[in-house]
Structures are given as C-alpha cells and as structure tokens.
Design a protein around this ligand. Structure first.
Ligand code: ATP
Ligand code: MG
Length: 410
C-alpha cells in the first residue's frame, strides 16, 4: 500500500467517528502534478486529544498547534485540526493558534493557492482559491493579499522561491512584486528556518532559478548575519549556471561558497547554521579542489585519499571540472585514476597500520601524548608515499630510526 492509500485509512477512521478529514497541502498538490509525494498531511475538525484516542500509535508532535502524528506501518501522518493562526508576534511562528470549525478558514491561512486545496477520500477537490488552475498554469500565487501574507510570515517569500525551483513554476506577478517590496522583512526570520528552504532550493531540479531569484528580489541581503560574508557581491549570473551542472547537494553548495573570499566561507556556513558534519564535508571538498587545482597526479591523489574518503575526493574533482570547464572525458580519466588508486591503497588511515599507538608507547617506554599520533602519521606517509611495507617489525624499526633522528637533531 502506498502512502496515499495508507493516508486514506487514517481519513476513514476519523470519518467513521463522525468527524471530517481531508488530504491537504503538499500531497494534494503533488498528486495533481503526478509528482512523488513527500509527506501526507491530513486536516480534520476533530481536536488533537480526540485524534489521539482513535489510533494505536500517535505522537503528540505539536499538540499546541493542533498537530499529532499518527504512525501506520512506521509511516508518519501529520493530522492537524482546522485552525487559523493568531498574530505573528516578532515574526516568529504564532504561539497560539485558534481552532476553527470550517475547512475554508483552514485553507485560507495557507501560503499559496496550490497548497490550499483539500481532497476527500473519493479524491474530490475542495478548492475555493482555484489552486488546481494555478497548478495547470504552473503559477505560484499567494492566498489573499500577497503583501499582507508575506508580512505575516516573511519565510513565505523563501518558500515561494523554493517551490519555483522544485516545481519549475513561475511566481505570479503580484506575488513577485510583493516579494520584492517586502524582502527586508526576511531579516526577522531565524536562520534555521531559512536554511531549510535554501537547502531545498539546492536539492531541487532547478537550483539556478531559485538562486537567481534570491538575488533578483534582494532577499539574499536580508538573510540575518550574511551581510558580512560579502554575499551580495557574488556574480549570480556566473554562479547560477555552474550550480546547475551537478546534482550533488554538497558540490552545489561548495561551488556557491567558492564565490566568497576564503576567510568568509566558514562564517557563511556558521551563520546559516550548517551542522558540524556538513561543515566538515564542505571543508574536505574544498581541500580536494585546492589540491587538484595545482596538478592531478599520484601524489596529489594519494594525499587527498589519506585525508578524506573517496567520495569527497570525487566531489572536489567535480567542482574543479565545473569551475574550470573541463571536458567530460578528461574528468572521466581523473575519476578512473582516483578510483584505481583508492582500491590499491591498502593503508589509508593510521588505524590501518600494522602497529598501534600502544606499540609505540611500549617501544619507547614514554607516557602517551601528541607524539604518538604524529609518529603514526609519519609512518603512514612513509607507507603511502615511500613504499615502506606495512609490517609490524619494519614499522617499529622505522619508528625507532625516525625518533632517534629527531632526538639527534635537537
Ligand atoms: P513539501 O513537499 O516540501 O513537504 P509542502 O507544501 O507539503 O511541501 P510543508 O512545509 O510540508 O510544505 O507544509 C505543508 C502545508 O502547510 C503547505 O502545503 C501549506 O499549505 C502549509 N504551510 C506550510 N508552511 C506555511 C507557511 N509558512 N505559511 C502558510 N502555510 C504554510
Ligand atoms: Mg509537506
């Protein structure tokens, strides 16, 4: 059973108890577009406490906002009580929501007409804002007055642009004008929420559209904290077509960041709240890019492979090929070369060596300290670059020689 069919079970259960329930939002839109459905959201006039009683496994994810998550076959379904949102104080998500009896009111609080369509279990649409027509015309149109709706929640401006990138839709004229005129209000939105939408642009089928629009509407200037990174000086017409040339999320971001000064890249990532893990990957891609920029031969490839996994090496090559406009067959050769060397390279990390830190501590009868790792690192380089055999006895001998040599130098 697919997600929509399982969702129907949820709808039927709620209806059997005398309440209304509809598919709503993104799943209805994507169904009409015959696109793959991300998550199935359901709207109902039953209160959350009631919904919780109707299903065996329910998580009270956002009970204050009327949302509970019903789990069926390990798939989550968000069931939200019809609501309208109170005032948006300080542009945060409203603290309080007001439950309303009518589906119409729930639809009218939604962002765009294509997202304000409900569908019942017989797949009939309730579409008071003509969202289906907007979908057919591939248009993103605010529900109600665009100026007011963006002022209420400025994140919607980012959402409009991310939907344009994901769906290859155009933003309707009045809606676009409102984005341009309200752009500065984006400064009130938390970077965490902005990153989610920016990421979706980067993962979309047409990131170049979203990136261009973020600059055209000047939204980029108003993302909190990014001003100091020099972002507004990026030549978007140069970078947007380059980003389109890869499907990989990290390579896309790396190409974009490459347009900033070296010392500003980390600031950008931190300000936009990238995770430590994401930052590490991006740093590695940048290291690979810089290394390969010099030249690409066995030494560079090996030194790249001992610093990072092969996938980051390849992303670095992709980035180089895109930025320097390298021919595909040349890139393919580099790829093959990296993969072959990676397979040959039996020893890639210190932990692949036939000796451990403990062995060195015993050998030199010295307390553990940073010297252990630096000696292991030195031995690793000798194995990788100078053909030293990865054998315990030989490594210990080499360790003695290195250490003695160093002590002699002192
Ligand atoms: P996706 O496929 O990315 O999940 P979606 O349209 O389902 O797209 P969600 O963020 O999951 O987007 O939100 C679900 C629905 O909630 C939307 O379709 C829209 O109706 C409504 N919605 C979400 N965010 C907002 C917002 N900031 N303002 C108004 N309505 C919103
Ligand atoms: Mg969704």
């Amino acid at each position: 059973m697919n997600k929509m069919e399982l969702g129907k079970k949820v709808i039927q259960t709620i209806r059997r108890h005398g309440y209304q329930a509809y598919y709503i939002g993104g799943c209805v839109r994507d169904r009409l577009l015959q696109r793959e459905i991300n998550d199935v959201d359901i709207a109902t006039n039953a209160f959350p406490e009631m919904v919780m009683k109707l299903f065996a496994k329910v998580i009270p994810t956002g009970i204050k906002h009327g949302t509970v998550t019903v789990m069926i076959n390990h798939i989550p379904f968000e069931v939200t009580t019809f609501r309208k949102e109170g005032s948006y104080e300080d542009f945060r998500r409203p603290n309080e929501v007001q439950f309303v009896p009518e589906l119409y009111q729930d639809l009218s609080r939604r962002d765009f007409t294509m997202n304000a369509i409900a569908m019942n279990e017989q797949e009939e649409l309730i579409d008071p804002f003509h969202g289906k027509e907007a979908i057919q015309r591939k248009e993103i149109i605010s529900v109600g007055f665009a100026n007011e709706r963006f002022l209420e929640d400025p994140l919607r401006m980012m959402r409009a642009i991310r939907f344009a990138s994901q769906l290859d839709f155009t933003i309707e004229q009045e809606t676009w004008k409102a984005i341009v005129s309200q752009a500065s209000y984006l400064q009130y939105i938390a970077p965490e929420r902005i990153k989610i939408e920016f990421d979706k642009i980067m993962k979309s089928g047409a990131p170049e559209i979203g990136i261009q629009q973020l600059f055209q509407a000047d939204l980029i200037r108003w993302i909190r904290g990014l001003n100091e990174t020099g972002i507004t000086a990026i030549d978007v017409n140069q970078v947007a077509p380059l980003i389109k040339k890869t499907d990989d999320y990290f390579t896309r971001w790396s190409i974009f960041l490459h347009m900033l000064l070296d010392e500003k890249r980390l600031l950008f990532l931190k300000r936009l709240r990238f995770s430590k893990q994401e930052i590490t990957i991006m740093k590695k891609i940048d290291i690979a890019y810089l290394l390969f920029q010099e030249s690409i031969n066995e030494v560079e490839i090996k030194s790249c492979l001992i610093q990072m996994d092969v996938s980051c090496c390849l992303k670095g090559i992709d980035m180089l090929a895109i930025i320097k406009d390298i021919q595909p067959d040349k890139k393919r050769n580099w790829y093959n070369c990296i993969i072959a060397i990676n397979q040959e390279l039996m020893v890639k990390e210190v932990k692949d060596l036939a000796i451990s830190g403990q062995d060195l501590i015993q050998l030199f009868k010295k307390p553990p300290g940073p010297w252990v790792n630096s000696l292991l690192q030195e031995l690793l380089e000798q194995v990788v670059f100078q053909g030293l055999t990865n054998d315990k006895r030989l490594l210990l001998e080499q360790a003695k020689m290195s250490k003695e040599g160093k002590e002699h130098e002192k």
